[in-house]
Design a protein around this ligand. Structure first.
Ligand code: GDP
Ligand code: IMO
Ligand code: MG
Length: 428
């Protein structure tokens, strides 16, 4: 039972953290394979609530080895603040491994992320401002700084110098900011080197050995399918590969080791930042979803845009990722409606389609076609089996399952670990 992926089926914040935590006690390694501290996962265990950004959610389970894979971009200050925050609450982080090949986010990339957004004006992406995009650009542009560079000051200095020749041009000439010196960047990074050193490993080798021993490796995606740089609603996406293919690249394990791809989907949809969103609601229903679902960003606190469940998006996620199981979350939030619309297709400039439009323009023009399902108007937060759900809630789940392209193997009915209906074992 080797590698299992947990990823987002929509635009993020589906409840991936809770799902990973739920499986935590049965896995040996939990690997974050993409993104950085743009992610925000809230995990509720008993009375305790944890907000995780850079660390994989598996860190909350004793005995699991948490791994930050090569595909991640790391803000070192944030990493250590998060570790200290967890340690002060009694969470053991001593097993954490960090890939020597992961890239670090120097402060100039946070500055650039913010000024680029400001200069884009109405064309902005609505990024989290954490330096994610500029750091992945540097990686592709081959001027990035990697974790391993921190342990060879001469090399680090050369690399920072190389990067700054480009960055200072941009900062000074394009964006009217002050130039940055090599010394200040080197100092800012080296401050963390000694604390980081014992965590650094050839994580692809560690995971390869783990898989050879038949240990269970869980790959935890940040962001989601429609925020993926290749398969999402480009350019309104993040800058990493959040899909199943990215899990292999970002962890350094082969596609043939994946045995299960678990996609997390909310029973409705939310999105943070700019970009097309066909089922978005601008009325009372949207406001109600936001309030009842507590739809405010874990990372930036921004109100999330809310809309109804979108079947073409779920089917797309199933196809792109080879999804074997869906986990449907936040079904409890829908208990407040008499009638629940579900998007079954789109009208794009007068033509009906059941697939995501091929072009960005098509996506912007897509008008949802709805079917309406009866609500249940009953508190379902105590349900622990499908039989505990009211008939209309079961019918809603069945309707989604028949059309979304993969079975729904678990259903979330509340934020806590226990508030989950397991239909089918996710690791068996
Ligand atoms: P992630 O980024 O995918 O890990 O998701 P977030 O943590 O950003 O957002 C999901 C939010 O929904 C968190 O506050 C969770 O505690 C909460 N949550 C997860 N599953 C459920 C559920 O089934 N019902 C309710 N009401 N809340 C849930
Ligand atoms: P989790 O893992 C929701 C969005 C941002 C913005 C776009 C690009 O918690 O689901 P970036 O800072 O990544 O360059 O911003 O992507 N975004 C997320 N939205 N959940 C996330 O993570 C997100 N990470 C990035 O709002 O629209
Ligand atoms: Mg989140």
């Amino acid at each position: 039972m080797p590698a299992v992926v947990v990823l987002g089926a929509q635009w993020g914040d589906e409840g991936k953290g809770k799902a990973t935590d739920l499986l935590g006690s049965r896995v040996d390694y939990v690997v974050k394979f993409n993104g950085g501290n743009n992610a925000g996962h809230t995990v509720v265990i008993g009375e305790e609530k944890y907000a995780l950004h850079l660390l994989p959610s598996g860190i909350l389970t004793p005995g699991v080895v948490p791994v930050i894979g090569n595909g991640v971009v790391i803000d070192l200050g944030v990493l250590f603040a998060e570790i200290d925050g967890l340690e002060s609450r009694g969470v053991d982080t001593s097993q954490l491994l960090v890939s020597a090949n992961a890239h670090v986010i120097p402060s100039y990339n946070r500055t650039l992320d913010k000024v680029i957004e400001r200069f884009l004006g109405s064309r902005r992406i609505g990024t989290t401002g954490r330096g994610i995009g500029p750091t992945y650009s540097d990686k592709m542009n081959r001027v990035g700084i990697r974790v391993q560079d921190l342990f060879d000051e001469k090399i680090l200095r050369q690399k920072v110098e190389g990067a700054l020749t480009q960055k200072n041009h941009l900062l000074v000439k394009a964006y009217n900011r002050r130039a940055i010196t090599v010394d200040e960047v080197v100092d800012e990074l080296l401050v963390h080197a000694e604390r980081l050193r014992p965590m650094v490993a050839d994580t692809a080798l560690v995971l390869g050995d783990a898989l050879a021993r038949d240990d269970v490796v869980l790959l935890e995606g940040g962001q989601a399918t429609l925020l993926d740089v290749d398969h999402g609603t480009y350019p309104f996406v993040t800058s990493s590969s959040a899909t199943a293919g990215g899990a292999c690249t970002g962890a350094g394990i082969p596609p043939t080791s994946l045995t299960r791809v678990i996609a997390i989907a909310k029973a409705y949809i939310t999105r943070v930042g700019e970009g097309p969103f066909p089922t978005e609601l601008f009325d009372e229903d949207g406001e109600r979803l936001r309030t009842l679902g507590h739809e405010f960003g874990t990372t930036t606190g921004r109100p999330r845009r809310c809309g109804w469940y979108d079947i073409p998006i779920a089917r797309y996620a199933a196809r792109i990722n080879g999804v074997t199981d869906f986990v449907l979350t936040k079904l409890d939030v829908l208990s407040a409606w008499d009638r629940i619309p579900v998007c079954v297709g789109y009208d794009v400039d007068g033509e009906r389609t059941d697939e995501l439009p091929m072009t960005q323009t098509g996506f912007h023009h897509a008008v949802p076609v709805y079917e309406y399902l009866p609500g249940w108007r009953e508190d379902i937060t105590g349900a622990r089996s499908v039989a505990d759900l009211p008939a209309n809630a079961r019918a809603y789940v069945e309707f989604l399952e028949e059309r979304s392209g993969a079975p729904i193997s678990a259903i979330g009915v509340g934020p806590s670990r226990e508030a989950t209906i397991v239909v089918r074992d996710l690791l068996d």
